[in-house]
Design a protein around this ligand. Sequence first.
Ligand code: PMP
Length: 361
Amino acid sequence: MSKRVFNFCAGPAALPEAVLLRAQAELLDWQGKGLSVMEMSHRSDEFTGIAETAEHDLRDLLSIPDNYKVLFLQGGASQQFAQVPLNLLPEEGIADYLDTGIWSRKAIDEARRFGNVNVAASAKPYDYFAIPGQNEWQLSKNAAYVHYASNETIGGLEFGWIPEVGDVPLVADMSSDILSRPIDISKFGLIYAGAQKNIGPSGLVVTIVREDLLGRARSSCPTMLDYKVAADNGSMYNTPPTWSWYLAGLVFAWLKEQGGVEAIGRINQLKQRKLYDFIDASGLYSNPIAKNDRSWMNVPFRLADEKLDKPFLAGAEVRGLLNLKGHRSVGGMRASIYNAVGMDAVDALLGYMAEFEKEHG
Ligand code: PMP
């Protein structure tokens, strides 16, 4: 087998090697049944078992209360940008949104197609380098919900805390930080997360929704986008992405073997601290984000001279450190260090960064 690289991609991201090996072992013949999961009917006992185990393990990992439904959907997190207002925003209602970066702005733009949006707070005055404190927010009186992105994958800005919005349903795009550390699900009305970071392969989005928020979709909402239809049909109103669902289940089982989100959260905390400490102490690399708002999962950094970007990336590639180029909209570098990217990957990256700084700093 060829040597696997250290993959710092923001998504689709690295998957645990143990999960890939298990999928490989089961590819042609799943548990002696003589066929692949990809070839099974989604209504078969075998796939129903796979689906139920995945949901059970996710509920366990996040301690999801019984009054929440877990939905395995398609269309990615981007479709949720439309699905949330179609289900939760009455035509004459208003929804509050927080703007902390590119992904929350995409959610805002999409919601505006369906109704009134109040941008209750924006990180723009801080150049998107800090999250405005709650005392600066202008929440509406009768908002249908408050939406925010708990981690901005591109900017590297993460809420280390949960907004306090009283009885108004709190909706979070957790695409890039779900399962990275413990979180109190009961504080939320709805959470969604595209799978291709900490959950599994793309093609799947997981939505966790409080039951009292089901059945509110506007009459024009397409059947496929009505959360209640998905919930009533066990996320199988139509053919679900069975392979992604199965892989997600393997990732959940792997995460439980690692000790769950508490254990992985402790490792994630150490990983990000090591990386930021190194960047802060360096004369060559920098990260502009306010210390309390730095993402644990996506660490953007710049080199003092842009001309060094190319040689930095070329040297990284030679050493098997891949996908460190920052998002095209912001430039610079970005190291995404999701759950499947271990301390060995962070150490290898730091070793290379130190070596490069010695040569070029
Ligand atoms: N929200 C966030 C925070 C993301 O990081 C991404 C993808 N990188 C999206 C939404 C969009 O996800 P998808 O490509 O699954 O639509």
